[in-house]
Structures are given as structure tokens and as C-alpha cells.
Design a protein around this ligand. Sequence first.
Ligand code: G3H
Ligand code: ZN
Length: 293
Amino acid sequence: MSLVHGTELFAAARKGHYAIGAFNTNNLEWTRAILGAAQELNVPVLIQTSMGAAKYMGGYELCQQLVEATIKSMNITVPVVMHLDHGNYEAAKAAIAAGYNSVMFDGHDLPFAENLEKTKEIVALAHAKGISVEAEVGSIGGEEDGIVGEGELADVEEAKQLAATGIDFLAAGIGNIHGQYPANWKGLHFDRLQELADVIEQPLVLHGGSGIPQEQVEKAISMGIAKLNINTECQLAFAKATREYIEAGKDQEGKGFDPRKLLAPGTKAIEDTVKEIIGWMGTKPVKLVPEEI
Ligand code: G3H
Ligand code: ZN
């Protein structure tokens, strides 16, 4: 069993100036691809479900059990953190109850005082079970599974207050965007990242990781980013490989329509993408004693 909570893993990453990949899953194929890539590279990994993906897959318990059972059936030995991505207050509580190892409470769209108050409540509930908590300050631009943000830069004073609630990692708006970056995107705000890194001890989280140039990702990691969130990149890779399979007429050759064949190129493309991006992060093969779930 290699499911673990996130606190120590990510703290070690920030201290060691590397990051751990946080990849969104949507189904069994996605889950197998992410786990297989991490195992092959012998590095810890975080698998996360958005609220939308969890609803699509059948709920938080099913998602938790799917990941747990897949780890077992694939003999995965690297540490794996099962995490809720961009959860509202109710979702965070549901994921905690379902046995997730880590939750993000995303209160960016609430008045800050309410974001702070609810973050405190989630920290108390989660930490009573050893579950790690991510909070968000500022916002991530664009849209992901119904979560919309204007891309406001994180306010350093607000970040300090959120950090003081005892959260385990902090997602901060630093010019990052969910989904594909527009051609005129100006890049990450490294000055704001530095201001945050100077006063926040916890590992920092870079959302909207898909499409950020490798040198910016590496610079951000060197400054305190310890969790890199990737979703769109895997979706694009899966769609491209699947389209190529169909456009080549392979679904019409023999039993090429069998989902085990039809979904194979896309699944392989996700695995290759995960491996490539992990390669940017310098992730170390941390060994932890697996915890009871
Ligand atoms: O929460 C998940 C992410 O921030 C992923 O963003 O789809 O732009 O990679 P992305
Ligand atoms: Zn995100």
C-alpha cells in the first residue's frame, strides 16, 4: 500500500528545491497512466480529482477506492497522495469523509474573511485525521471544470493569514492560468512569487501548469513551488493520440474498435506526458513508511 498524506512529502520537496507532480485523473485509464509513469521513474506522485471529475466518475468514495485498488493491482510502491482539487467547503468535507489523503479548499471566490474562516474549519477537520490541506489566495485565471478565476495576483498579507491557519500548502495566483495559455500571455509574476516565498514557509503550489515554458517552471520550483498541477496537457495528449488512431482508420481494422485497443494510444500518450513533465521537476525518490488508510 503506498497511499500517504501529503504534508511531509511536500515539505521535503520545498526544502529540497524540487516539486512533486499533481495530475488530474478522469477514469481508470488516466489513473493507470499516472501511477505507471511515477512507478517507472520511482518518484512520489499526487493524483487529484476535481469536483467535476469526481461527479463524472461516481463520487468521492469511488474515486478513492479506484486509486487505492489500482495501486494494489499495479503493485505500485512509490508514495501516492490522493487529493481533492479545487474543492468547495462541502466537497472538502466529503473528500475527507471518503478517505482522501489531502484536500484543497478553494475559497478564492468568497470574501477573504470567509475564505479564512472556512479554511480554518477544514484544517481542523482534516488534521484530526492527518489529512493535508491546500488553500488558495488570489486566483488562477481561466476555467477548469466550472471553477472560474480572474487571475488576481495573490495578496501577500492575505497569504500570510491563510498560512497561519496551519495549511500544508498554498496555491497562489501569480499570473498562472487554467487551460491553454493565450499567445499574448506575459509569463509568471516572479516578483510576487519571491515576495510570497520570503514570508510563507509552506510549500507553494503552481496551478495551471500545462503550457508554462520549462524554464519558467524550473525557476518557479527553485523559488519555492513544490507542487505543480497538470491537467490540460494530459487531456490534449490523450485527444491527439486518439484522433490519430481514428483518422488512420485503425478503429475499422479488425477489432480496432475494442475500447482496450481504441483507448491504448491515448493512455500511452498520458503516461509519456506525465513522465516528461516529472522530468522537469527534479522530483526525488522519497521513501516513506506507508501509512494505514
Ligand atoms: O488544478 C489543476 C490545475 O491547476 C491544472 O491546470 O489544466 O492548466 O494544467 P491545467
Ligand atoms: Zn488548478
